[in-house]
Design a protein around this ligand. Structure first.
Ligand code: HEM
Length: 167
């Protein structure tokens, strides 16, 4: 007779299914090769700086949320993007990083409506830097990556917001 399994420790939270298998291998390749081109052209930090320039041109009101200096902010964003692109096909690694990032974004006062603005800023920066290398398939791949990033982050943010005691 089979023994009844008695769990002794709570299982780690499973990574949401949204990540695994969403991006095809081809899209993963397009994102990684285009990011390598960006790195060659202006470096990850250069891209981070460019991103904030473009974002604040597109949405000047968003500046009020950012308290750190532009340099520090660009560095942190570039570091996160590099981690994301490097580990893009490894949900076990990426999802917990994004969930922790999401929890911090609740504290920064970020709302769901901000995500499309930042997404548009990211795509516009990619277009500016990659120029003719920003082909329609490359755009599609990055759009999908941002979409799933946003889904994972917002799901966690909602959980944190709803779990908060009323203020
Ligand atoms: C895919 C989406 C996003 C990624 C990957 C991302 C990444 C980051 C990173 C790496 C940091 C550095 C601090 C930390 O690690 O906690 C940061 C800070 C911040 N992010 Fe985001 N972010 C995203 C979306 C957004 C959105 C939609 C907003 C809304 C405007 C936003 C606003 C902020 C603010 C206000 C800070 C703090 C800045 C400061 O300390 O001055 N982020 N973000």
């Amino acid at each position: 007779m089979a023994a009844v399994a008695v769990p002794t420790a709570p299982k780690a939270e499973p990574a949401p299914a949204v990540w695994n298998g969403v991006l095809t291998q081809e899209k993963v390749g397009l994102i990684q090769s285009s990011y390598a081109k960006i790195d060659e052209k202006i470096g990850a930090l250069g891209f981070g700086k460019e991103f904030y320039t473009v974002l604040f041109e597109m949405a000047p009101a968003a500046q009020a949320l950012f308290k750190s200096g532009r340099e520090a902010q660009s560095k942190m964003f570039a570091g996160m993007l590099t981690t994301l692109v490097k580990n893009i096909d490894n949900a076990d690694k990426v999802v917990p990083v994004l969930q922790a990032l999401a929890t911090r974004h609740v504290r920064y006062g970020v709302k769901e409506a901000h995500f499309p603005i930042v997404g548009a800023g990211l795509l516009a920066t990619l277009e500016k830097v990659l120029a003719t290398d920003f082909t329609p398939p490359v755009r599609e791949a990055w759009t999908e990556l941002y979409g799933i990033t946003q889904t994972v982050m917002w799901a966690k943010m909602e959980e944190v917001i709803q779990g908060k005691p009323a203020e």
